[in-house]
Design a protein around this ligand. Structure first.
Ligand code: ZN
Length: 180
C-alpha cells in the first residue's frame, strides 16, 4: 500500500525533478499517477496530493475532482493531473485561507494565497495545457506547487493549531478544512 509521508521525511524538503515529456505515458509514470490517486482516495478529506508525498521526487500532482465536486463550488468533475506545473501568473489580491496537509497531520493554519492564478503544465496524456483558477482551486494549485519546491504550508502559515480528527469532524465539519 502506498503511504503518505509525514512532515519529518527529508524527501518532502527536496526540490522535485521534471518528468521528461516523452516519458509521461510510460508505464512507470502511469503507475505513479495511479498510486497517487489511490492514496488520495483513501483520505476522506484529501483534496489533492503531490508526488513527493508518496515518496516520488517528481513534479506531478493530482487534484481530486470528487472532493471539489462534493464539497465546493469549484466544479471540476474529474481528477486534474498536472505534470511539470508552472504558475505563470499570481494575482496581487491575496487572502488568508484555511489550510491543512495530508503530510502535516493534524495541523491547520491560515496561509496567504493569491485569489487567482494561471498555471500551465502537461496532463496525463502528455498534452500541454494552460488554465486559470480561482478560490479553492487556486489555493490547491499553490499548495501543490509548493510541495514540488520542498515547501510545507506550515512554513508560511499563521494561527497554526492542532486539531485531532475527532474534534475537527465534530466541531468544524470536514468540508471547511480540506487537506492537500
Ligand atoms: Zn500538502
Amino acid at each position: 500500500m502506498v503511504k503518505v509521508l509525514g512532515r519529518d521525511e527529508p524527501l518532502l524538503r527536496k526540490i522535485a525533478v521534471e518528468v521528461p515529456v516523452k516519458e509521461i505515458q510510460t508505464a512507470k509514470i502511469r503507475k505513479i499517477i495511479a498510486d497517487m490517486k489511490r492514496a488520495l482516495t483513501r483520505e476522506p478529506d484529501g483534496v489533492a496530493i503531490a508526488a513527493p508525498q508518496i515518496d516520488v521526487p517528481l513534479r506531478i500532482f493530482v487534484v481530486s475532482g470528487k472532493m471539489l465536486r462534493s464539497n465546493h463550488k469549484a466544479y471540476v468533475g474529474r481528477d486534474i493531473v498536472v505534470i511539470n506545473p508552472k504558475i505563470t501568473k499570481l494575482s496581487k489580491e491575496k487572502k488568508y485561507m484555511e489550510e491543512g496537509c495530508l503530510s502535516v497531520r493534524y495541523l491547520y493554519g491560515k496561509v496567504k494565497r493569491s485569489s487567482k492564478i494561471q498555471i500551465e503544465g502537461y496532463d496525463e496524456k502528455g498534452k500541454f495545457f494552460k488554465r486559470g483558477a480561482s478560490g479553492l482551486l487556486a489555493q490547491v494549485f499553490q499548495h501543490e506547487t509548493d510541495h514540488l519546491e520542498g515547501i510545507l504550508f506550515t512554513d508560511k502559515a499563521k494561527d497554526v493549531q492542532e486539531i485531532p480528527p475527532e474534534v475537527w469532524e465534530q466541531e468544524l465539519g470536514r468540508k471547511d478544512w480540506p487537506s492537500k
